[in-house]
Design a protein around this ligand. Structure first.
Ligand code: F6P
Length: 553
């Protein structure tokens, strides 16, 4: 297979990158008044402006040609058709089937939509019974608190969505998320929970994950110590998993298990029964709206021509920045406090999907793949790391995300938030030239020698690429569309880079080594023999920790 970086389409883009050299975005905007209209798209309740990237019509044409050369449309059809596009695990990738329960999807030929409908019905019925109090705890009280125990995709998605949909929370209901194997996470959470009214939702695709099983076991012990009997566990513990045997081995009854399947990737699973904590917190109808919003984006992604296709265009602009502008980091900057967890969610979605160096055919790639993803809600990030975005030596691309209307308007806060949202992308694009900095200082009455001294510090190079994604309001539907937009963007980039976006072998080595090290760690007060089998650094650290733990009472 010809490496994508050896194709004529790739070479054309390399030439574009070199030719664009000294051209500034400012000048591109100045000479082209229809730039915004041409480089923006609306779909599924979202409006995306990618005009503040260093692109031209020719570059966009060449990027579209690259998508053609990489077979984006064929791979898209293969995904929706349920082919085993996750080649290293021999699995289909069919999260769109979860948001289209009335559809008729097949995973590697096997019909799946009936299974999806059955699990949705089970979720609906369970949510209804929890909400109307028909499902009761061991002392007869209603279950008003959920503690979701999971990690990675079994935590980040539901947690992000529950936070994003705060205005839709059912009165009196509480949701907590425990992920870290650090016992403090569980202990801090249980300190706020009442065993009589708490439902533990154990979320794990594999049901073998160390962190989740450790937390679930300790949660069960806490429940038993706090007054519950072994026969009451069934009333307070449910499992969300693909692994019925492991769920049973843990001691959760099959009736208390909500099921999903291997064609749902962990980081693409919030749409499956992994979304139970979302549905319990915001109601099943709102969960369905979340699915509907994602489905609207799926339909757009599947049917729109690639030049008018929002996920495809965002992916292509990202490829341009990553591979032809040398940008290695990408910030996700939601101007909405409720999207607090979106950057963390997208870190997993993007970096676990596209942080890879081996192509689907087993050869090392000859180009860069996924960037480093990070972010914080605006305006907090502005007072933290935006300094580097504006004036640092590395260029970072960014997505700015904002609703035009707040879910909970307070005074003129939202106008101030939006003014900052708009100003930041303008500043990052325009920058400030030396003569402008000098003119500003002079106008402020600064003396000539201070103008000389200060002006270089007040220069902003500009030309820092951003996308802006706006919506009317953050609702279950627009949240669904936003997440699906990113999922498909990640998919398209993976296709162009020739990698499998749906496996995650990179998490295995550390897990295996931790298993080896665990028996070498002493308990508090225990004396351990000096470790010798690792490198000097690991031995030294292990011995230092064991010494401190050994002398602790
Ligand atoms: O970090 C690796 C990973 O497999 C993720 O892909 C996944 O979301 C997470 O662990 C949790 O896995 P599980 O849902 O099987 O517990």
């Amino acid at each position: 297979m010809t490496a994508i970086s050896e194709t004529a389409e790739w070479k054309a883009l390399e030439r574009d990158g070199a030719d664009l050299g000294g051209v500034s975005m400012r000048s591109l905007f100045a000479k082209d008044h229809s730039r915004f209209a041409r480089f923006s798209l609306e779909a599924a309740g979202l409006f995306a402006d990618f005009s503040k990237n260093k692109i031209t019509d020719d570059i966009v044409q060449h990027l579209l040609a690259l998508a053609g050369a990489a077979g984006v449309e064929q791979r898209r059809a293969a995904m929706f058709g349920g082919e085993a596009i996750n080649s290293t695990e021999d699995r289909a990738v069919l999260h769109p089937a979860l948001r289209d329960p009335d559809g008729d999807y097949r995973a590697m030929g096997e019909p799946v939509s009936g299974l999806v409908r059955a699990q949705l019905e089970k979720m609906k019925s369970f949510c209804g019974q929890v909400h109307n109090g028909a499902v009761k705890g061991y002392t007869g009280k209603s279950l008003d608190t959920v503690v979701n125990i999971g990690i990675g995709g079994s935590d980040l998605g539901p947690q992000m969505a529950v936070e994003a949909l705060r205005p839709y929370w059912i009165d009196g209901r509480r949701a907590f998320f425990v992920s870290n194997v650090d016992g403090q996470h569980l202990a801090d959470t249980l300190a706020q929970a009442d065993p009589e009214t708490t439902l533990f939702v154990i979320a794990s695709k594999t049901f073998t994950t160390l962190e989740t099983l450790t937390n679930a076991t300790s949660a069960r012990e806490w429940f038993l110590k706090s007054g519950g009997a072994a026969s009451d566990v069934a009333k307070h513990f449910v499992a969300l998993s693909t692994n019925a045997d492991a769920v049973a081995a843990f001691g959760i009854d099959r009736n208390n298990m909500f099921e999903f399947w291997d064609w749902v990737g962990g980081r693409y699973s919030l749409w499956s029964v992994i979304g139970l904590s979302i549905a319990l917190q915001v109601g099943f109808d709102n969960f369905k709206k979340l699915l509907a919003g994602a489905h609207a984006m799926d339909a757009h992604f599947r049917d729109a021509p690639i030049a008018e296709n929002m996920p495809v265009m965002l992916a292509l602009v990202g490829v341009w920045n990553r591979n032809f502008q040398g940008i290695g980091a990408h910030a996700v900057l939601p101007y909405d406090q409720h999207l607090l967890r979106l950057p963390a969610y997208l870190q997993q979605a993007d970096m676990e999907s596209n942080g890879k160096r081996i192509s689907v055919d087993g050869a090392a790639v000859t180009h860069e793949t996924g960037p480093i993803i990070f972010g914080e809600p605006g305006t907090n990030g502005q007072h933290a790391f935006y300094q580097l975005l504006h004036q640092g030596t590395d260029i970072v691309s960014a997505d700015f995300i904002a609703p035009a209307l707040s879910q909970s308007a307070v005074g003129d806060h939202h106008e101030k938030l939006l003014a900052n949202f708009l100003a930041q992308t303008e500043a990052l694009m325009r920058g400030k030239k030396l003569e402008e900095a000098r003119a500003d200082l002079t106008a402020a009455g600064i003396g000539a020698s201070d103008v000389d001294r200060l002006a270089p510090h007040k220069v902003f190079p500009g030309d820092r690429p951003t996308n802006s994604i706006v919506m009317e309001r953050l609702t279950p539907e627009t949240l669904g569309a936003l997440i699906a937009l990113y999922e498909h963007k990640i998919f398209v980039q993976g296709v162009i880079w020739g990698i499998n976006s749906f496996d995650q072998w990179g998490v295995e080595l550390g897990k295996a080594l931790a298993k080896n090290i665990l028996p070498e760690l002493g308990a508090q007060g225990e004396t351990k023999a000096a470790a010798k089998t690792h490198d000097a650094s690991t031995n030294g650290l292990l011995n230092w920790v064991n010494t401190v733990r050994g002398r602790a009472k």
